[in-house]
Design a protein around this ligand. Sequence first.
Ligand code: URP
Ligand code: ZN
Ligand code: ZN
Length: 457
Amino acid sequence: MSTILIKNGEIFTGVEHFRGSILVKDGKIEFVSKETLSEDLAEEIIDAKGFPVFPGGIDPHVHMHLPTAAGYSADDFYSASKAALSGGTTTLIDFVTPQKGQSLQEALSERKKEAENALTDFSFHMSLVEWRDSLPDEIKAIKEEEGISSFKVYMAYKDTVGLGDEDLRKVLKAVADAGGMVTVHAEIGDEITALRKKFLAEGKTAPEFHPLSRPDWVEAQAVEKIIDFAREAECPLYIVHVSTEASLKYIIQAQKQNQKLYAETCPQYLLLDDDKYQGRFEETAPFVLSPPLRKKSNNKALWLALNEETIVSLGTDHCPFNRIQKEAGKNDFTKIANGIGGVEHRLTLLYTYGVLEGKLTMNEFVNLVSTNPAKIFGLYPQKGSIAVGSDADLVIWNPDKENTISVNNHVSNSNLEAYEGFETRGAPKYVFLRGQITVENGKLTNHKLKGEFLKRS
Ligand code: URP
Ligand code: ZN
Ligand code: ZN
């Protein structure tokens, strides 16, 4: 394996910024220095003058090859990880979703096979879709033996993977006892079911009724409830895809009381809004995702929440579909395949609309896209860090590279693009995964390096 010297970079971590050099050897960071290092140390030298250098992105919320009633989501681990790398994300945390009755271990083994063609490193959150008495032991074993330390629960989707209140409490207790963390999709499933039924009975079948069937209070009530349950169980909690201002007050309140509670949002909730549901089916169905897009005022509140560190992590909930899968709900919005993509755009969107617009510093940017997810999910300092001994997952960022996002130039397999027409500035010049250059000027250059399954603490 070659030794690479990255010199003259503007090095950013979650807390620091300095001009310096990074020596990469055998996949790890061998040396970091504010001094100029001797070029004799390296076989390859990259001059990063004027370019920010930061740890590779970690997207803590993605769904690859997700089975749904409308077929699998459009990206498998290969296509999505290629998209991720091209945008500067080197680690993905996806999900294992066991069948009812299936052991956690068996479901994990199956999912690992599906991820064999990933080009990024990866881990999984383990979804807990039912209660059974063997679960506490299974949770402990999967955590200790496989390094799966986060466990996902759904308060929505109660006809498939969602849990009722009693099971939620039991799961929180079991995960707390195992020393793990619960991650939660917070929307009150029963309220959604009732609203969907009502709209369909009234002949209201268009995509515009999707957000109306999942109003912001449905999320906020769920957030309030699960925070209470987690506090009672003394279980660390991570709330995924917070989409609305209405949820924030409960999160802030609990954080003020020192509850171990982390919140995530996604680019779509910062940059898109419910105007997308006005128009013809073809225009609106692509924006059916859950939680839905909200009124514009929520975008502003969420940016502020990032700034104030109420929300500390940016995932994408990458789950794109193809147009034909959205059309499955032509006569019934509840049958539209749920989700959008974004894994390749996460960094450039946050950089363009956050850093360049003065809403975030570069350190906050690094924390949101890399260091905080690494810390929260037990990957730090192997990932999310520029320090001696860390994996050399690095992004050398061209701050001047401009792009207009389009379905015609994105990497994802999907023939839909939620951020169509968004102008961006800033993109990876080089992306390193474990010391090897995988992407140069947005193009995958290394097709041989395989992603590795990461055991987390
Ligand atoms: O619409 C979405 N987000 N689909 C993926 C599943 C989920 O709820 O995260
Ligand atoms: Zn969700
Ligand atoms: Zn999700």
